[in-house]
Unconditional design. Sequence first.
Length: 291
Amino acid sequence: MPTAIAVTSTDLVLPAPDRHTPGAAVLRPPGETDLEGSLAETTALLERHGHLVAVVPPWLPPATVRRLRTVRAILETDRIALLEVDLPPLGTAVLVRQLRQLTVCDFSPGVIASAARLLSHYIYAGALLGSVAKLDRVPVGLKAHARSWSPSAQFAVLAHPEPHLARLGTQAAAGVLPPGPAFATHLTFARGALASDWVAAELAPAWQVQGVMENPLPADSARWWATPKLVEFAAAIPDVSVLYQLVASVRREQCGWCGFELIGDRCGFCAAPLPAPPPEAATAARTRSGS
């Protein structure tokens, strides 16, 4: 069975893009089960899948994060990865879907876990907001704060990969649109309490996305964006073959601490950084490159 991808709420599990993509396991939070129940459900997942990769966004309640870490500690296993993912809620759900897609490929659990950091760089996550008065996720100037009090104000905000904020007028010029990806993407969006078709009607064509899909708004989105008046969006690579090539193109290393394969500079399972090459190796590499 493929590596299990786990989340802590059902709204982070988007519909599968094809019949091959598995779902995600939903780990019950402390309010829904006791520690014994959490141990039982995690043990069952490990017995069925061998390895578990759980996505841990920063907005989770501290009790939920403690429960995840406690379960891993009690089971004394190195087969559970707790991935700290710093994306908005809908962007996190999109990343979870991509990780689910990768589990059907011939990647080891370590590569899948460490691929999350790589894939997150290619996710463009933002929102159309009716107010930025309380927004602290991206820099907000004094003028934007003042204009937030206008009942008709709307702001295009990109939180990832680079912060961008612009106030939209009655005719949004291309120059104020958030900068979009330079590669093929699909756009996923979710409506809050803001009646607007701007994301699908204007942003999607401007970003030249290949497809648009609407999903329910994650429960934590209004809190993350500091307003219920929003339409959240995330553009990402949809094709599993492109995701496969992207991950496969990165050199694989072996974690010196837990032994898992990894890509990038940090192990997805134990979070140990990849040691820097010795000075002689670095010098030899520069010599070979002619620098």
